[in-house]
Design a binder for this molecule. Sequence first.
Ligand code: PEP
Ligand code: MG
Length: 578
Amino acid sequence: METSMLALHGLGVSRGYAIGRAVVIGAAALEVSHYRIDEEEVEAECARLAAAIRAASDELAQLADHLPPDVPRELGAILQVHSMILADEMISLEPLEIIRSRHYNAEWALTAQGQALAEQFAQMDDEYMRERGGDVRQVIERILHALAEADGRPRGLKGSAIDAHGDPLIVVAHDISPADMLKLRGARFAAFTTDLGGATSHTAIVARSMGVPAVVALGAARTLLRDGDMVIVDGEAGVLLVNPPPRVVAEYRARQADYARERATLAMLRDVPAITLDGVVVSMLANIELPDEAQAAVDAGAEGIGLFRSEFLFMGRDDLPGEDEQYEAYASVVRTMAGRPVTIRTLDIGADKTLDGEATVATNPALGLRAIRYCLAHPELFATQLRAILRASAHGPVRILIPMVAHLREARASHAAIAAARQELDARGQPYGANVLVGAMVEIPAVAIAIEPFVEVFDFLSIGTNDLIQYTLAIDRADPDVASLYDALHPAVLRLVANTINAGARAGKPVSVCGEMAGDTELTRLLLGLGLTQFSMHPQQLLDVKREILQAHSNALRTKVAAVLNRASEMDLSLLNQ
Ligand code: PEP
Ligand code: MG
């Protein structure tokens, strides 16, 4: 008899199919395992919790000792409060008592105590004390992390991507932060699924860059699955199949083989220039997150790197990368690209990408101290990065890209910081390229609307459609509840893209799109019709998009798009196929 199959629907954010066994990761801190332990296990369980409390305490002390001079003063005070809470009996002794008296496992005992404390704090009259309830929760989460880390989960999950039966392993998580995604990269899992997330969340972007299928926004998959369940991830349809019967597995094996054949055929386009039927030459550039992805860009025939998201060098670690370390990373990309231009975006931290140890969470991180705002508020950090990028430009063509520019004064301050970095290198006698172009990301609607002065002060522009859509439509790109409203075809979005491309063309300045729209084959004809001639996307998407370009007639598309751009309704893509 066939087992009953469960089909869960989400958003397919990275293409392909995977068949394997689920590795269920409990990433949400308070979603912990609950089990009773035997009498003879009590002391070992107490020792496990005590060790995690010590690890959390060491981690706090480390953070406090290595606070950069430019962080807000409150941060030191918060760390002190957390250390005091950790040392208090309510955390350091009570949960051990719960293990002894009730035989709960360590995580359960800790969260049970956390629940009791949360209720006590919530009832306090004093507002200051009520707010300390949040600190207690954070301290408990820190200990839970330490417990998970000691078990090797969810961070630092390592090892082979194949289980004991030889089946590929597939990660099933509630949510994965972009930093944890990087850590999971090394383990080479066959696919990823998450309950949360949107198509342009950075978690999805990293999954795409790994070239493995991924489905996000699955709702409650994490709680419905068990470790070791047989699953199929269909990244095309955005479906997760649990316990599929043999005939479904056979069907998917056939689809996998077809997909592999399709990829092999596409590979033949690698060295074919991307030219439309009417002779418009298109630049095909690659987006990368880490230096070792540059080789994949070369292998896919990329003509350069259009976006190196440098912040991934800064994430998932306790310290900041120094100038030399950054220089090595950037220079290695420049060397791999062997004369092709490399566009390095300065640190875009904030929103869904955070630095480890960053204790304060802004009220609304997507609208907060993100990207260039963060860099201008941390001038030393910015200067270090700029020097490292400039030094890498001694090895080949490098372009600097500034993210999230909204004000002209940010443009001027960026130029001033770059000039100062050049001066510092001159003083040191260190070489850098003579012609490092400086460009801006157009990802805030204000800039796309009032674009002219930005075209003037920058050498090139790159449209970050992921954020441009997020900020134009007021839709959090990582929130599955509003994913259906996140719409690249909204007329306001398209007019902003058109305005930017046209302004660049008038001024003779190059404009690319480096948001996820550029890698979506459904939108290639639309972007050509808007006059785009530079596309930057994940290496895995390059050849699919090139195939579309080779079959398109640019001028005809421009006429069609111009005719419908000012309509009030959403762009109807079928009009472009007639
Ligand atoms: C964008 O916003 O479109 C972009 C390319 O940058 P990121 O996705 O890293 O925000
Ligand atoms: Mg962006």
